[in-house]
Design a protein around this ligand. Structure first.
Ligand code: HEM
Length: 414
């Protein structure tokens, strides 16, 4: 049962708590207001204060203009500063030095090396496994009738895909599942302290062991290809490999899980569109794009820092201060999309920002599209009477800054 929450207050001078339950529940009302009344406004995530831009063109600008960088030290003229605004224990700092927090030339170097491993062939090879896996899972849960599709279906698909991607053996899988749970549930509030003190260290050790094993016994998986990746005599160092594997796990798992969950809910709330899709399977690809635009899981990018004062809509983003482009708000900007609040599985063009933009554009976009399309298509084709087991207003959204995620998705199969 979802508790009644306070209503949002629309005041351009307030600091909006992006991690609070009121924001989680009313995000799209806030976005609508920001797009019209407060295109540059202030927010906070825990103790970090930030600027936020909502409009499509402003998000594009912040993600592609040289006046904004990822490394906060660089924005203040320091070189080689820590990418996070708080001190980290040495044993875990390698995990934080990943390319998503780097600027060029470091970013280009790391991205070129990982591109070598992340080939269309590697994604194609995984698609056969996703098909098998999705049918295997559906065989198991269809007998149960009512299930939580988030736990029983949307979670295991990407967990097992990542396990295959990094070539985990059967014994590794259980430990890997624990690491995933800790990393994804332990990133807020007090749990963050425990995460930093203990769990990240354990995960770092686990990844290092995995790399050592792969070095001795390489396979036809992306981790083996990453270890081998070489460009002009350059390779990933041990610490860079650890950071890259960590980024692939964190970047590829929760995102896909919640895209599948959001997709199921969205389709069930638009029965006309779902019928249209059942009669026109060719529309699946554009339907997945529209789900990402309409109810994508990632609502903001990592912070960008201004290297100089930048004035926008009569307000100034001060040098050295962070800005978050609100991708999900931009995806509902009427200046960029006709009838932006409509869910239209055949929308074209659909240049959404759900996978980000510019040099940090999602590395796993093709993989995520493929996983989501197969998982949703098999679910709805095999279950013509699929429905939510509770009223949509009963579904609980998780309060987590930058995300749109459900706590569970009870549904009845059949
Ligand atoms: C529904 C699924 C997904 C969504 C919505 C999504 C979204 C995003 C977004 C918005 C960014 C840009 C973040 C930023 O600029 O700060 C990004 C970057 C990234 N994503 Fe994804 N992602 C998804 C799936 C995946 C998968 C499956 C993988 C890999 C297995 C992956 C790996 C990455 C990596 C490595 C980056 C950083 C790229 C860079 O810094 O150059 N993502 N993703």
């Amino acid at each position: 049962m979802v508790a009644a929450l306070a209503k949002p207050v629309f005041d351009p001078n307030q600091t909006i708590n992006l991690g609070g339950p009121v924001f989680a529940e009313h995000k799209y009302d806030w976005y609508r207001w920001m797009l019209e009344e407060a295109p540059l406004c202030r927010g906070k995530i825990s103790i970090i204060k930030l600027n936020m831009v909502a409009r499509y063109e402003d998000c594009r600008m912040v993600l592609t203009d040289d006046r904004f960088v990822r490394n906060r030290g660089r924005a203040r003229g320091k070189s080689n500063a820590s990418p996070v605004p708080f001190p980290l224990p040495k044993s875990v700092s390698a995990l934080a030095r990943s390319m998503i927090l780097e600027d060029n030339p470091e970013h280009r170097r790391l991205r070129n090396l990982v591109n070598k491993a992340f080939t269309p062939r590697a994604v194609e090879r995984l698609s056969k496994r996703v098909e098998e896996l999705s049918h295997e899972l559906l065989d198991g849960i269809e007998r149960q009738g009512r299930v939580d599709l988030l736990e029983a279906y949307a979670r295991p698909v990407p967990t097992r895909v990542i396990a295959e991607m990094v070539g985990l053996s059967k014994e590794d899988v259980n430990q890997f599942k624990n690491s995933m749970r800790v990393l994804t549930e332990g990133m807020t509030g007090l749990a963050l302290l425990q995460t930093l003190a203990w769990d990240l260290r354990r995960t770092g050790k686990f990844i290092r062991r995995l790399i050592a094993k792969k070095r001795g016994d390489p396979g036809d998986d992306i981790l083996s290809a990453l270890i081998d990746a070489e460009e002009e005599g350059d390779r990933l160092s041990e610490d860079e490999l650890v950071a890259m594997v960590f980024l692939l796990i964190v970047g590829g798992f929760e995102t896909t899980l919640h895209l599948i969950t959001n997709g199921i809910r969205t389709l069930l709330e638009h029965p006309g569109q779902l019928e249209r899709l059942r009669g026109n399977p060719d529309l699946w690809e554009s339907a997945v794009e529209e789900i990402i635009r309409h109810r994508g899981p990632v609502h903001g990018t990592k912070l960008q820092y201004a290297t100089e004062d930048v004035t926008l809509h009569g307000r100034t983003i001060k040098r050295g201060t962070p800005v978050m482009p609100l991708l999900a708000a931009a995806n509902h900007d009427p200046r960029a999309f006709e009838n932006p609040d409509d869910f239209d599985i055949a929308r074209a063009p659909n240049r959404h920002l759900g996978f980000g933009l510019g040099m940090h554009f999602c590395l796993g976009a093709q993989l995520a599209r493929m996983e989501t399309r197969i998982a949703l298509k098999n679910l709805v084709e095999r279950n013509p009477n699929l429905r939510l087991a509770v009223a949509p207003s009963e579904l609980e959204l998780v309060s987590m800054a930058g995300w749109h995620r459900h706590a569970s998705l009870p549904a009845v199969l059949g």
